[in-house]
Design a protein around this ligand. Structure first.
Ligand code: PMP
Length: 325
């Protein structure tokens, strides 16, 4: 894919990716002083429609992350959702897409601090990105790295620099032959997977780590908790989970915007459940696919249509100059 030709949102307008450049001394590059979001757009081929999933929830979380780093978003979440849909339209996506907004300290200056450094906001969106092949069960390990503590770098805020912690865990797992890693919080309880939250299902109870375990409070986590409780009829608990509880799970489910709904076939070389996809993961994956592609509409879940009546007509009329105007 030629990134250069993508339309991005940068410095308050739409321009081409190759024209949205930044200097080497940009504060966020030097010190990791940014926060970001990951949204996805889901293509529904039958209806020729693209849906951006939960844009307001993502921008609300970004507003809160920004507050931790002394930054404000340029608009409210609703307006940013509109800009995001417009960005997808201008790119003419007719396929799934990944959307990456970033709010970052943009001043070209040296000095490790958060105050008195200018910031800006950009969005990049690109087609067809899949973080993991989640059709297959994942082979997980428990990482030797611990999750960054709230009193060191709050995981609740999606801070770019804190993702070094994630990268350490992920690469250790990959280099040791696993797909991904479960990280423990500093007190030794289960926190999350590299870029996903998790649920442990056993005997009709679904348990997920509570937010005090240094995790990101995922948009997908909220959807999954509601679905497991209201549709599947499981008891859903949010509490501290011991490592050993994982090994005796019937199913371990992973959820996140990039991952979608995935499941673990093994953990630390121990088979989880039967080692094959379980009934809860099967149902949940089908539901997630229907909700994100606008086939099921539920109050409280927000899949926003990008195009008007039909993508085909709108795309046929857009020319290149209009895309970046
Ligand atoms: N935890 C971490 C560390 C993440 O980066 C992500 C992905 N944003 C998640 C959990 C899942 O969050 P969400 O469902 O909002 O994508």
């Amino acid at each position: 894919m030629d990134l250069g030709e993508l339309v991005v949102y940068h410095r308050g307008g739409f321009r081409l990716y190759r024209e949205a450049t930044l200097g080497l001394l940009t504060h966020a590059l030097q010190y990791g002083t940014g926060c970001y979001e990951g949204l996805r757009a889901f293509w529904n081929a039958e209806d020729e429609q693209l849906f951006v999933f939960e844009p307001v929830a993502h921008y609300e979380r970004m507003r809160r992350s920004g507050r931790v780093l002394l930054m404000d978003l340029p608009h409210d979440a609703e307006k940013l959702a509109e800009i995001t849909l417009e960005l997808c339209r201008r790119n003419g996506f007719r396929t799934d897409a990944y959307i990456r907004p970033i709010l970052f300290k943009s001043e070209e200056l040296l000095g490790v601090r958060l105050d008195d450094v200018a910031h800006e906001f950009s969005i990049v969106a690109f087609p067809n990105s899949r973080y993991l092949d989640s059709d297959e069960g994942l082979r997980l390990c428990v990482s030797s790295w611990r999750r960054v503590d709230d009193n060191a770098a709050p995981a609740r805020a999606k801070i770019t620099g804190s993702y070094v912690n994630t990268a350490l865990a992920k690469s250790e797992a990959r280099l040791n032959g696993f797909d991904d890693a479960i990280v423990l919080s500093d007190d030794g309880h289960v926190s999350e997977v590299s870029v996903a939250n998790l649920f442990v299902v056993r005997d009709g109870i679904a348990t997920t780590p509570d937010p005090s375990q240094n995790l990101l409070e995922g948009v997908t986590r909220k959807l999954v908790a509601g679905y497991l409780r209201d549709d599947v009829g499981l008891t859903v608990e949010s509490r501290a989970i011991d490592r050993s509880e994982l090994y005796s799970a019937d199913e371990i489910l992973l959820c996140g915007t990039g991952v979608g709904i995935a499941w673990a076939s093994s953990l630390d070389h121990r088979t989880i459940g039967t080692g094959r996809i379980g009934p809860i993961a099967t149902q949940l994956r089908a539901f997630y696919d229907d909700v994100t592609r606008g086939r099921i509409v539920r109050p409280g879940l927000d899949a926003r249509a990008v195009y008007g009546a039909s993508a085909r007509r709108e795309l046929a009329t857009a020319n290149v100059d209009e895309r970046v105007a």
